[in-house]
Design a protein around this ligand. Structure first.
Ligand code: ADP
Ligand code: MG
Length: 279
């Protein structure tokens, strides 16, 4: 039985290898929607290896298939062809998803929301208590455990969603523009918190965003996708060491230069996506 959650609450800087981490091998993934005249090829020929404990960001123009790729990884959608091999040992929950909208149950308190996935899986009460406690602490919501979603700010709701995803110790965390709906200040705060969480836990994270800046601030690698059908256009190794101070990093010349380089790669695809929409 994993004991990592009770440890996690105490660890502040060092990464804990006791958290579950999965590696992922994606091979020649393709997804079509509809048939004949209505056929849309959402993603095409995507092959990608993600290592255990890696923080990978996926960037691409709107409609390029980012959410589709993530939903297939989460098992919410079935690919048309190609394979995904996920290696996650131990704890049976292989992944957890965090969306732009927190998706919390409005009739449940924060604590009950966070606990829900453990209850439905029949996790013993004592272990569930320990895990919920550690998850709330990890995202700084201990004092808000009895609040309901409508009583929370957008940032707190997303924190709750992250706690709910973390509580099952999934092999990987799949995040689909989780901070896109937040105001700029809250977004910066939550980005820093997520990076801190990742630095602490070493959890495999696949993070979809349309923001180059966000991808470079947080990830180890940035995967740039083409406009629809989404293919991998370029993979960038992000050279900035951890632990990162995101504010300082975003103000550095090196960061600015890399951001511009990547924008040049992405710009063409964004224009292509726009032209397609205006056709
Ligand atoms: P992104 O997240 O990058 O904005 P999506 O993965 O949501 O892109 O969508 C990729 C393409 O697939 C879009 O053209 C979209 O309209 C299409 N698509 C997504 N889901 C469905 C669906 N359930 N039925 C039909 N088409 C879909
Ligand atoms: Mg999307």
């Amino acid at each position: 039985m994993p004991t990592s959650w009770s440890d996690a609450a105490r660890i502040t800087v060092s990464r804990s290898p006791s958290f579950k981490q999965s590696s992922v091998a994606i091979r020649r993934l393709r997804k079509e929607f509809g048939a004949e005249d209505n056929r849309v090829v959402a993603i095409e020929d995507i092959s990608l290896d993600i290592a255990r404990g890696e923080f990978v960001c996926i960037v691409g123009p709107s409609g390029c298939g980012k959410s589709t790729l993530l939903r297939i990884l989460a098992g919410l959608e079935k690919q048309t062809s190609g394979t995904i091999t996920v290696d996650a040992k131990g704890w049976p929950v292989e992944n957890a998803m965090v969306f732009q909208d927190s998706g919390l149950f409005p009739w449940m308190s924060v604590e009950t929301n966070v606990r829900f996935g453990l209850d439905t899986r029949g996790v013993p009460r004592d272990e569930a208590d320990t895990r919920v406690e550690a998850a709330l602490k990890l995202v700084g919501l201990t004092n808000f455990r009895n609040h309901y979603p409508h009583q929370l700010s957008g940032g707190m709701r997303q924190r709750s969603a992250i706690a709910r995803a973390f509580v099952t110790d999934p092999g990987m965390l799949l995040m689909d523009e989780p901070f896109a709906a937040l105001d700029a200040q809250n977004r910066v705060i939550l980005q820093a918190e997520l990076v801190r969480l990742w630095e602490q836990t070493g959890k495999t994270v696949i993070y979809v965003t349309h923001s180059i800046e966000e991808a470079l601030l947080m990830g180890d690698r940035t995967v740039i996708m083409t406009a629809q059908p989404g293919r991998i256009k370029r993979i960038i190794d992000v050279p900035f060491p951890h632990p990162r101070d995101l504010m300082q990093l975003s103000a550095s010349a090196e960061f600015g230069a890399l951001k511009l380089d990547i924008w040049r790669v992405l710009e063409e695809e964004v224009n292509r996506a726009r032209a397609e929409m205006e056709r």
